[in-house]
Design a protein around this ligand. Structure first.
Ligand code: ADP
Ligand code: MG
Ligand code: MG
Length: 252
């Protein structure tokens, strides 16, 4: 079973401490949600686990399947089965979507065991069908001129194609209308298995109406301050975050 484990993680951006001792464990078969107010460090968590160079890990550890993440290059993390869907996916000119996905899939396979073009095309067709993505997407340059919703659908397409062991989805739901949200949810739900663990980072509980998390964590001021089940997300939706601050005596 895959596992992502984060212990006492401290991360600085420039000289400012953003993550202040964050702990989380995600295992295969589990869907976790991290919710929290804006500016609390949710994207910082995602980016530092993926190895973004601007994020400086000053203390703590993180591992995938017991292997030290911070010892790995960015591409090694992906090869180990970690996938990050970014809040702001970048555009890559000159590389088509299909080429990008195929090379990402092959980078996780042994040399000589590359996916055949036939199999790739068949799988791409199937997954695009599930997500109601237009065929023309394959041949367009990665994210170039994609609308917000198209980018998010495309991230989910990559997810279904790559079948990572652990996925971190950073605000994959932001800016989506209800139809796109349901498509995204359908994609995530179709991956649910013992071989897949998922961390959904979100500001709103909307997506969690369609993807029921096993665990919900509230993040504030750089750490997880409260954890519970799906009911916690509903309570946050109704009551906001202030009551947690009061309950835990957190000052702004
Ligand atoms: P969230 O995703 O929870 O909204 P972020 O992780 O994006 O929060 O940001 C956490 C904090 O780090 C915020 O105070 C933000 O202003 C700061 N921050 C984020 N990115 C940068 C950056 N590139 N340079 C300086 N500060 C940053
Ligand atoms: Mg934000
Ligand atoms: Mg963010």
């Amino acid at each position: 079973k895959p596992s992502l484990s984060v212990k006492d993680l401290h991360v600085n951006i420039e000289d400012k401490e953003i993550l202040k001792g964050l702990n989380i464990d995600v295992k295969g078969g589990e869907i976790h949600a991290i919710m929290g107010p804006n500016g609390t460090g949710k994207s910082t968590l995602a980016s530092s686990l993926m190895g973004h160079p601007n994020y400086n890990v000053t203390k703590g550890e993180a591992s995938i399947d017991g292997k030290d993440l911070f010892d790995m290059e960015v591409d090694e993390r992906a090869q180990a089965g970690l996938y990050l869907a970014m809040q702001y996916p970048s555009e890559i000119s000159g590389v088509t979507n299909a080429d990008f996905i195929r090379s990402a899939m092959n980078s996780r396979r042994e040399e000589g065991d590359e996916i055949s073009l036939m199999k790739f095309i068949r799988k791409m067709d199937t997954e695009m069908g599930k997500l109601e993505i237009d065929q023309s997407f394959q041949h367009r340059y990665l994210n170039e001129g994609f609308s917000g919703g198209e980018k998010k659908r495309n991230e989910i397409l990559q997810l279904l194609m790559l079948e990572p062991r652990i996925a971190i989805l950073d605000e994959i739901d932001s800016g989506l209308d209800i139809d796109a949200l349901q498509v995204v949810a359908k994609g995530v739900n179709s991956l649910r298995s013992e071989n897949f663990g998922c961390l959904i980072i979100t500001h709103y509980q909307r997506l969690l109406d369609f993807v029921e998390p096993d665990f919900v964590h509230v993040m504030m001021q750089g750490k997880i301050v409260k954890s519970g089940g799906p009911e916690l997300a509903k309570k946050l939706e109704e009551k906001g975050y202030e009551w947690i601050k009061e309950e835990l005596g957190i000052e702004d």
